[in-house]
Design a protein around this ligand. Structure first.
Ligand code: 13P
Length: 254
């Protein structure tokens, strides 16, 4: 990894836990990761649990954020969460365009772009996810798919705005399957994403942008993945639900 890019380890709790479980997990994460300086660390709890988690983590080095946000400011959008709400809870981050949102909520590269713009306008750091499905990898469409997701999802941002974006490469076939991309497979796509960003925003911004890897990251495979030149952190699902394994991954980023 480039020395100018501080790793970010983000725990995506997805739709897991309840109030008591989330508060307890946040306390344990704080205990284990509260003195980490070599990496940025954050957790992304489900929306109704953010406030309680935020109370545990506020003022600490462990950041927190949402798993999604509406591209709209406010209004009649039942079930949606606004940037203003996340900010009022103290969130610094928001995940955008996760493959599960694309799959189950029909999000598109265009909606990812709109949400990313909203996050940036409001001061949140968007963690923008891209990644191919298994069929796309098998048919040799990985780069084509990722290219479209990056070009459309981040298209038209100013270089200044892009400087605050975190990208995440999550091959869909590696999410929750235990089937991790090999470090070489991850690096190949990360390097490609950085090249795309260089074409869109210039070398300086591209070299500064953190590109996280996600998909079955565990303490046992994190060191090798994070050791790749263009892998600047991890977006962790299942393993972030145990403070011990999450902290184990954070240690690998040191
Ligand atoms: P897993 O770590 O459970 O594979 O999930 C990855 C992910 O989707 C993180 O956003």
């Amino acid at each position: 990894m480039d020395e100018r890019r501080k790793p970010l380890i983000a725990g995506n709790w997805k739709m897991n836990l309840d109030l008591a479980g989330a508060t307890a997990l946040a306390r344990e994460v704080l205990q284990r990761c509260g003195r980490v300086r070599t990496a940025d660390v954050c957790v992304l709890p489900p929306s109704p649990l953010i406030q309680a988690v935020g109370k545990v983590l506020e003022g600490s080095v462990v950041g927190f954020g949402g798993q999604d946000l509406s591209p709209e400011d406010e209004g009649a959008y039942t079930g949606d969460v606004s940037a203003k709400m996340l900010l009022s809870l103290g969130c610094q981050y928001v995940c955008i365009g996760h493959s599960e949102r694309r799959e189950y909520h029909l999000e598109t590269d265009e909606s990812v772009r709109a949400k990313t713009g909203r996050a940036l306008d409001s001061g949140l750091i968007p963690i923008v996810c891209v990644g191919e499905r298994l069929a796309e990898r098998d048919s040799g469409d990985t780069f084509h798919r990722v290219e479209r997701q990056v070009m459309v999802g981040l298209g038209g941002l100013s270089p200044e705005a892009m400087a605050r974006v975190v990208a995440a490469y999550e091959p869909v076939w590696a999410i929750g399957t235990g089937r991790t991309a090999t470090p070489a497979q991850a690096e190949e796509v990360h390097e490609y994403i950085r090249k795309l960003l260089a074409g869109m925003f210039g070398e300086v911004i591209a070299n500064r942008t953190r590109i996280l890897y996600g998909g079955s990251v565990k303490p046992g495979n994190a060191r090798e993945l994070l050791g790749q030149k263009d892998v600047d952190g991890a977006l962790v699902g299942g393993a972030s639900l145990s403070a011990e394994s999450f902290a184990g991954i954070v240690e690998c980023a040191g």
